[in-house]
Design a protein around this ligand. Structure first.
Ligand SMILES: Nc1ncnc2c1ncn2[C@@H]1O[C@H](COP(=O)(O)OP(=O)(O)OP(=O)(O)O)[C@@H](O)[C@H]1O
Length: 236
């Protein structure tokens, strides 16, 4: 086990964004973090990335509370834009290289080439799809132990999604854990080993994808419909 969330809770005023979430993550697995808007996925990731402090409970990375050390090994890709407008694609790489010891400029350059970005492109002129590719490139160019990717496929066309997914999956390794949130449940199901279902701040279900198929004869999409749907309506 590489990470443990123990009754992690985050309140914003009277709103409980994450409510007593307990879970364990194993190295080498890809986790799909699923749930409708506002279910607490981003907040849990932010706590795990050390950007937000739990109101109660704790999150342990290799048995130590999240802090300065864990931040070196946990890479987080947020849904929020986080580059300055004046930055070029090259500036973004340099900025990351200054911040993170594990950042590989060589990997970054390979990734941007694959994503059909060029170093002179300015962040402010990128389309939302190109920005998503840039965020993935800069995040995956770190050699982290855990990657938390918050909706990396949002608003991206089908072919670009394939490219982004491929780049994400290249990180798969027995020493690495991936947690990916997305509303594209069927696409994520194809690559995930395990699924975590969030609802109203709670972790309401977790399963291994293969086991779900074999023992319960269900897909993640089926289970998603059961948990969140009304009488089995299509989620698509
Ligand atoms: N900074 C904040 N201040 C107040 N409430 C917040 C804040 N951040 C999140 N929340 C609330 O906490 C709840 C969980 O939000 P969160 O962004 O974690 O959900 P999510 O599952 O990531 O949603 P989405 O799929 O829309 O990204 C929501 O009701 C949200 O409005």
């Amino acid at each position: 086990m590489i990470l443990e969330s123990k009754e992690a809770t985050k309140k914003y005023g009277s709103k409980t964004a994450v409510d007593h979430v307990s879970l364990k993550l194993e190295s080498g697995l890809v986790y799909a973090m699923l749930g409708p808007n506002g279910s607490g996925k981003t907040t849990w990731m932010k706590m795990t990335a050390g950007l937000v402090k739990p109101t109660s409970g704790e999150i342990l990375y290799q048995n130590q509370p999240i802090g300065k050390e864990s931040k070196k090994e946990i890479a987080y890709m947020s849904t929020e834009p986080y580059f300055y407008n004046w930055m070029s694609v090259a500036d973004v790489g340099n900025y990351y290289a200054d911040f993170f010891e594990d950042f590989s400029m060589e990997k970054y350059q390979q990734m941007i080439t694959r994503m059909e970005l060029t170093e002179d492109m300015k962040a402010k002129k990128l389309s939302s799809g190109m920005m998503a590719k840039l965020k993935i490139a800069v995040t995956m160019a770190r050699k982290a132990k855990i990657y938390l990717l918050d909706e990396p496929l949002n608003g991206i066309d089908l072919l670009a999604r394939d490219e982004i997914m491929k780049s994400i999956l290249e990180a798969v390794d027995p020493d690495v854990t991936l947690v990916v949130s997305s509303h594209l449940v069927d696409e994520l199901e194809r690559v995930a080993d395990a699924a975590l279902f969030m609802k109203d701040g709670h972790l309401v279900e977790q399963c291994m994808v293969e086991e779900l198929r074999i023992s319960r004869h269900k897909s993640v999409v089926d289970l998603y419909r059961e948990i969140y749907g009304h009488g089995g309506e299509a989620v698509c």
